[in-house]
Ligand binder design. Structure first.
Ligand code: NAP
Ligand code: GDD
Length: 456
C-alpha cells in the first residue's frame, strides 16, 4: 500500500469511528477504557493522524459493535441524499464566505436539509454579520475564525470540523475593487483556493471530502461566444477574473492529479435583497427606493449598455449542493439563459417604485428622465452617467447557457423571472428605506459618493 493509500484508509476509518461514537453517544474516554488505551492515543486515532494496526482495528470494531473498515449503513459520502439525517448522524458542511450573500442562503439551505453547518468568519473591528445573525445560536450552526490568506487557520478549521463537504465561497468578489486591490484579490481568490485544497489533503480528507469552488461567468470576460456554456473558451478581463481562473484550473488539476471530488460552479450574476450595496443591481434598487421616498436626487452609474444574465441567489445555492451530490465530479454553468442590460434593470426597478423612466442621449450624456410618477419628479433627471463608474476593462456581454445543469442536475433556471427578481429587491428596499425614514435625507449626489470612496 502506498503512503497515499494508507493515509486515505486512516482518514476513512477514523471518520467511521467518529460517526459510530456519535451514533452511540459514547465519549472518547469510554472508548479508550473499552480498548485498553490512553485517551490521548484514541484521540490521535480519531483525527486520522495515527495509523490503525490490525489489532487496533479489531479492538475498536468489537468496542463499537461494527467493522470500522466499512462505512456504517446509510452514511454514504455522496450519492442522492434526500434524507441526510440518518442513524442520528448529520453530514458536515464547511462554508467559507458564510457572511456573504451566497453563504447566508447556502447556510439556510443546508440547515434545512439537516446538515451540521460550520462557517469561516474574519475578525473585523465592527461586528457585521447581518446576513447570518438569524442563524447564530442554532444548535447545528457553528462559526470559526479563519482567513483565506492564512493557511494555518484554514488547516486548523478543517482539521477540527472534518467536513464531508466544503463550499469555498470566500472571495474579494467585487470586479471594480480588484483593479484597486489586485494583489489581495489574487491572494484570496486564487491562492486561497489552493490553500483549501491543500488543507483538505493535509487533514487526509481528500478521499471523503467533496469540495465546491465558487467560480464565475467573469472567466468568459471579453467573450468569444454567446451564449456561454461549459465549452466556451475563457478570456478573463479583470484582476478578479484572472484570479478566479487560477481557482478554476487548480480545482481541475487536483481532481485529476489526486482523484479528489472537487468541482467548479461557473455561476452567472445572481442577486437578491441581500446583495452587497455596491453591485449594480442593489445600487439601483436602493436608489429607486430612496428617490421614490425623497431621500436621494439622482442615481449615477457607469456603463448602462452592459448585458448580464441575472438570476436569484436563493435559487442558485441549490445548484452548489446538487453539484456535490452527483456521482462524478464535474463543472457546471449556472445561469437563467435570459439577458438584460443595466439600463433595462434600471427601467424595471424604477417602475416597481412607481416611476416611469425614459432614456435619451448616448454614452456619458445619456440620462434617465422621469416621464410618469410622483408629480415632483416628473421631468427630472433621475439617472445619469459618470465616467467614475466605468472600469478600465469591462465585461459587457454575459449570457449563460444552462442546458447541462437542466439535464444533469434537473435544476429549473427559470424559477424566479427577471421581473420577479427586480420586484422582490425593490419591495425589500422600499421597506428598508421607509424604516430608515426618520434618518436625515440621504443626499447621495456624486460628490458625496466619491468622498465616501465606497461607490464602485
Ligand atoms: P460576497 O457577498 O461578497 O461574500 C464574500 C464572502 O467572502 C464574505 O463572507 C466575505 O467575508 C468573505 N471573504 C472575503 N475575503 C475573505 C478572506 N480573506 N478570508 C475569509 N473570508 C473572506 O459574495 P457572494 O455574492 O456571496 O459570492 C460568493 C462567491 O461566489 C464569491 O467567491 C464570488 O466571487 C462568487 N460568485 C458570485 C457571483 C454573484 O453573482 N454573486 C457570481 C459568480 C461567482 P466578510 O463578510 O468578512 O467580508
Ligand atoms: N458595480 C457597478 N456600479 N457596476 C456598474 C455601475 C455601477 O455604478 N454602472 C454600470 N455598471 C456595470 C458594470 O460595468 C458591469 O458591466 C455590470 O454593471 C455589472 O456590475 P456588478 O454588479 O458590479 O457585477 P459584475 O458583473 O462586475 O460582477 C458580479 O458578477 C460576477 C459574475 O459574473 C460579482 O458578483 C462577481 O463576484 C461575479 O463573479
Amino acid at each position: 500500500m502506498t503512503r497515499e493509500e494508507k493515509a486515505r484508509l486512516n482518514s476513512f476509518v477514523a471518520k467511521n469511528v467518529n460517526m459510530l461514537l456519535e451514533e452511540k453517544g459514547m465519549t472518547q474516554r469510554e472508548l479508550a477504557e473499552k480498548v485498553g488505551k490512553s485517551e490521548a492515543e484514541v484521540s490521535r486515532w480519531l483525527t486520522g493522524r495515527n495509523g490503525f494496526s490490525k489489532t487496533a482495528i479489531a479492538r475498536l470494531s468489537v468496542a463499537l459493535g461494527h467493522d470500522i473498515t466499512t462505512r456504517p449503513v446509510g452514511l454514504g459520502t455522496g450519492g442522492n441524499t434526500d434524507n441526510i439525517v440518518k442513524h442520528g448522524n448529520r453530514k458536515v458542511a464547511l462554508i467559507t464566505g458564510v457572511t456573504g450573500q451566497d453563504g447566508s442562503y447556502l447556510s439556510e439551505f443546508l440547515l434545512e436539509k439537516g446538515y451540521e453547518v460550520h462557517g469561516i468568519i474574519r475578525r473585523s473591528s465592527v461586528d457585521f454579520r447581518e446576513r447570518i445573525a438569524h442563524l447564530e445560536g442554532r444548535p447545528n450552526f457553528h462559526l470559526h475564525y479563519a482567513d483565506m490568506s492564512d493557511s494555518m487557520s484554514i488547516v486548523k478549521v478543517i482539521d477540527t470540523v472534518r467536513p464531508d463537504e466544503v463550499y469555498n465561497l470566500a472571495a474579494q468578489s467585487h470586479v471594480q475593487v480588484s483593479f484597486d486591490s489586485p494583489e489581495f484579490t489574487a491572494d484570496v481568490d486564487a491562492v486561497g483556493v489552493l490553500r483549501v485544497l491543500e488543507a483538505v489533503r493535509a487533514c487526509h480528507l481528500e478521499q471523503t471530502c467533496r469540495i465546491y469552488q465558487a467560480s464565475t461567468s467573469e472567466l468568459y470576460g471579453k467573450v468569444e461566444q454567446v451564449p456561454q456554456n461549459e465549452n466556451t473558451p475563457f478570456h478573463p478581463y479583470s484582476p478578479y477574473a484572472v484570479a478566479k481562473l487560477y481557482g478554476f484550473w487548480i480545482v481541475k488539476e487536483y481532481r485529476e492529479a489526486y482523484n479528489m471530488f472537487c468541482c467548479s460552479g461557473i455561476l452567472f450574476n445572481h442577486e437578491s435583497e441581500r446583495r452587497g450595496e455596491t453591485f449594480v443591481t442593489r445600487k439601483i434598487t436602493l436608489a429607486a427606493a430612496r428617490i421614490a421616498q425623497g431621500h436621494q436626487d439622482c442615481l449615477w452609474l457607469g456603463n448602462l449598455s452592459s448585458l448580464r444574465d441575472w438570476g436569484y441567489a436563493k435559487d442558485y445555492v441549490e445548484c452548489m449542493w446538487l453539484i456535490l451530490q452527483q456521482d462524478k465530479p464535474e463543472d457546471f454553468v449556472i445561469a437563467t439563459g435570459v439577458q438584460h442590460s443595466v439600463r433595462e434593470f434600471c427601467y424595471e426597478a424604477f417602475k416597481c417604485a412607481g416611476i416611469t423612466l425614459e432614456f435619451s442621449g448616448e454614452g456619458l450624456e445619456e440620462k434617465g428622465i422621469c416621464v410618469a410618477g410622483p408629480k415632483n419628479l416628473v421631468g427630472k433627471t433621475l439617472v445619469a452617467v459618470s465616467e467614475d463608474f466605468y472600469r478600465p476593462t469591462d465585461v459587457v456581454n454575459l449570457w449563460g447557457d444552462p442546458t447541462k445543469a437542466k439535464a444533469k442536475l434537473k435544476w429549473n433556471p427559470n424559477k424566479t423571472s427577471f421581473e420577479q427578481l427586480v420586484e422582490l429587491m425593490v419591495k425589500h428596499d422600499m421597506a428598508k428605506v421607509a424604516g430608515e425614514g426618520a434618518a436625515m435625507k440621504v443626499r447621495t449626489n456624486l460628490a458625496e459618493y466619491l468622498e465616501k470612496g465606497i461607490v464602485r
